[in-house]
Design a protein around this ligand. Sequence first.
Ligand code: SF4
Length: 326
Amino acid sequence: MLKTEQLLQWYKQNYRELPWRESRDPYRIWISEIMLQQTTVTAVKPFYERFLKRFSTVKKLANAPLGDVLEYWSGLGYYSRARNLHKAAQEIAVHDFPKSYQKLIELSGFGPYTARAVASFAFSEPVGVLDGNVIRFLSRYHAKKVEWWRPSERAKLQVLADEWVQGFDSHDVNQALIEIGATICVAQNPRCLSCPLMKTCASVGTPNVHLLPLKKSRKENEIWLWQIDVFSNEGKYAFVQNRPDKNSLPVLKNDWVWPGTAKRVMSVPKTFDFKHAVTHHNIYVSVVRKNSRLAKFKQEDVKWLKQSDIKKINPTSLINKAFSYL
Ligand code: SF4
């Protein structure tokens, strides 16, 4: 029996029922894929159901105010993804869902992974889908020492992933590859004895089982000091756009944030009001209340917003923490 047939047979008997797995609707698949890039399957389920209850079609998402979309995204982080989701929904609502990888990748926020996932799961286009689970499985099964985080190296795994789906329904094969990586060929202590492909795996019984996939070296942690200037007037607060320049925060690019200055420092500051960590950035925040009569902003550079309003356009925990501190 071919390796792909063995994999599919195992998958039929062992797959987990997930709300997005039963659907061939490109909209639902797309939403689930973007959410799954943020967090785990278990954590995504309630967000996914709530989001689709509110925005049940791509047209409803396209026509909704951005503030509503961000509100329903709240808790998942990476708000730029929600913004791209909204933008792409508006592009799709005009022409309908593109059905091929080549067309999907032209949409806002569609990277190679998302475009392939939608093309395969919704339209069975014979393209392989390379997520962390599949990278782990393919690296071990084929004993490939590939620096998967580099595009040129990742392309080697993409060739393998594409080969696996040829001659089969790519929807089933890709789902099965993801499943075997998520449940059998797991990161720590892979369950080789329960693996349906143990007999043909090039790594089983060798150190490669633990050495592969190659590990990307972690980014060095950065320490940032952010002084935020709180100007308030009749229950409203001044917010400015975090435009990339030398004093801007390295995260929340182009989001509306408190005015102030941010700088990278070499050690943890002696005084600060609260700390916030985002990816490899440790941000130490000091809060300074300012006299709003002294505020000097150009009209177009500032938005005076109530707490409930800023929560709609930038519902990140960094903003919320500052309010809790105030
Ligand atoms: S035999 Fe082990 S290492 Fe090989 S694919 Fe299966 S679980 Fe992964």
